[in-house]
Design a protein around this ligand. Structure first.
Ligand SMILES: [Zn+2]
Length: 508
């Protein structure tokens, strides 16, 4: 590192100190229970109330804490954005993760690390979320880039500023008097290049911090938000780690590399990992018993958390109603679950993208074809049947209207070519099934797109801002744009693409 941080590495969290029972003998063994969730954007249960819900996670933590007072609830990154709440307002401000932080506070969240999506929101918004959080943070490789230089992110409450430590120790003791200290590091994928964030190298940082703390504690645990391949590299590189609890992948990961378990739960608190870490002080060994727990109706909803969740659900529903939505209404009750995971929608078409494009065609019947940037779809999840209006809203949290334009074939070809090369990103285009790419030629209903012919195109309004990756040329000022149609108003479904999708799904 070129710059020097003077961060107090030793930071004692209030630990769970059980009183030693008279007459019991210290067995030299101590177990800490970690309740791990990751990649959570939904505070309320999903799938008709059957799965997930932060209030159920709170109950799980309480149950585990009942069995073992040395229990911690942690979030391995990605929770303040993207969420349907991002586009909603409360008290004049965009909500931007405030509902998540309040729900986590109520649930008894103990510890958080950053994920890449924490930096989707603005610097000020993230600072507000951090200040609102009542849990602890660790940030080993992710720092705040300010006009005064690189600093740790920090929480400010009541005028007191607490920098996020790069490492953290927590002390535990159990009923028979065993005492143990666990050291933590928290690593984040250096993926989101927001201008207010600075990263140090993940593996080098892990190496040096591990070397620094390993002799001062009985076990070192990494909480990460990395790709699982990098977690595996980390496990091979530092085989003395006791456990890696990670995030970023949304569909559960479980690996054992050497002796180290790598655990990631399903996103949106559909599951949690409960990891029992036992430290044997005499043998100087650690062992882990991991358990995937599905968060379903077998868990009661914690009352205090539910109160907070309900407050935000009501705020959201009032917002939706004012935009013309009835969030609870079922709009699709048959067929396959809708595939909205980014690895698919940014590389190919899925039933969800086909429905969206078909909905645009239905809402704009005069168009020759419809185009959408796959980055409009932010749910990164499968939407199970029954699909509600809320599912459509959360799938496309930014909404936006369906813009119609008359466009020269030359420009259309250019847009489609860029859309193809944007593979793997939000700029990958989804388009009408009547359009095919055939040996380097775009063909509409079998006919090559002619450079000088004018086509009537329906597309996401965002695309016409020039804001999409490599599509800065696509604005109303491009000479290839012959006509921009006016923004739809009133009861026109084109005024919000989600209304068009809801209308289409109800018709099939
Ligand atoms: Zn992530």
């Amino acid at each position: 590192m070129r710059f020097l941080f003077f961060i107090v590495g030793i930071n004692l969290l209030v630990s769970c100190i059980a009183t030693r029972k008279a007459g019991t003998k210290d067995d030299g063994k101590l177990t800490v229970t970690f309740v791990q969730i990751n990649d959570v954007y939904e505070i309320a249960p999903l799938e008709g109330g059957k799965v997930g819900g932060v209030a159920r996670v709170a109950t799980l933590k309480k149950e585990e804490k009942q069995k073992n007072p040395n229990t911690l609830l942690l979030i391995a990154g990605d929770f303040v954005s993207p969420s349907v709440y991002n586009s909603l307002k409360y008290e004049g401000q965009r909500i931007r993760g405030r509902q998540m932080v309040e729900s986590f506070n109520a649930s008894g969240m103990d510890l958080a690390v950053f994920g890449n999506h924490e930096f989707d929101i603005s610097e000020n918004e993230l600072q507000s979320r951090i200040n609102e959080s009542q849990f602890q943070w660790i940030s080993s490789n992710t720092f705040h880039k300010t006009k005064d230089g690189i600093k740790p992110f920090a929480k400010t409450t009541d005028g007191n500023t607490t920098p996020f430590p790069q490492t953290r120790y927590m002390d535990f003791s159990d009923a028979d008097g065993t005492r143990a200290r666990i050291g933590f590091i928290g690593l984040n994928i250096p993926f989101n290049k927001a201008e207010y964030v600075y990263y140090t190298d993940v593996l080098q940082t892990a190496d040096s911090l591990f070397a620094k703390i390993k002799d001062s504690c009985d076990a070192v645990v990494a909480i990460t938000h990395l790709e699982v391949e990098e977690d595996s590299i980390l496990a091979r590189r530092i085989p003395q780690l006791a456990l890696i609890m990670g995030g970023h992948e949304h569909d559960m990961r479980f690996k054992k590399v050497g002796n180290i378990y790598i655990t990631k739960a399903y996103a949106n608190a559909k599951s949690a990992y409960v990891n029992y870490l036992t430290i044997d002080k005499k043998k100087k060994t650690t062992s882990v018993e991991p358990k995937l727990v599905m968060i379903d109706t077998s868990f009661a909803l914690d009352a205090a958390t539910t109160q907070v969740v309900s407050k935000w659900v009501n705020i959201a529903n009032e917002n939706y109603a004012s935009l013309g939505f009835d969030a609870a209404e079922v709009v699709l009750n048959k067929g396959e679950a809708l595939e909205g995971r980014e690895i698919f929608i940014r590389a190919t078409t899925t039933n969800l993208t086909q429905y969206i494009v078909a909905a645009m065609e239905k809402a704009a019947p005069d168009a020759d074809l419809a185009l959408m940037n796959s980055g409009s779809i932010r749910v990164d999840d499968v939407l199970p049947i029954p699909v509600t209006q809320y599912d459509v809203i959360r799938a496309l949290p930014y909404g936006g209207f369906i813009q119609e334009v008359d466009m020269k074939g030359r420009l259309l070809n250019q847009v489609l070519d860029v859309g193809k090369t944007n593979l793997g990103t939000g700029g990958f285009l989804q388009y009408s099934s009547s359009l095919k790419y055939d040996n380097g030629v775009w063909k509409l209903k079998g006919e090559p797109i002619h450079p000088d012919k004018v086509y009537h195109v329906a597309l996401s309004d965002f695309l016409m801002t020039g804001g999409e990756a490599n599509m800065g040329f696509l604005t109303k000022d491009n000479p290839g744009i012959i006509k921009m149609y006016s923004k739809p108003e009133g009861n026109d479904l084109r005024r919000d693409i989600r209304l068009a999708i809801i209308d289409y799904l109800k018709s099939i």
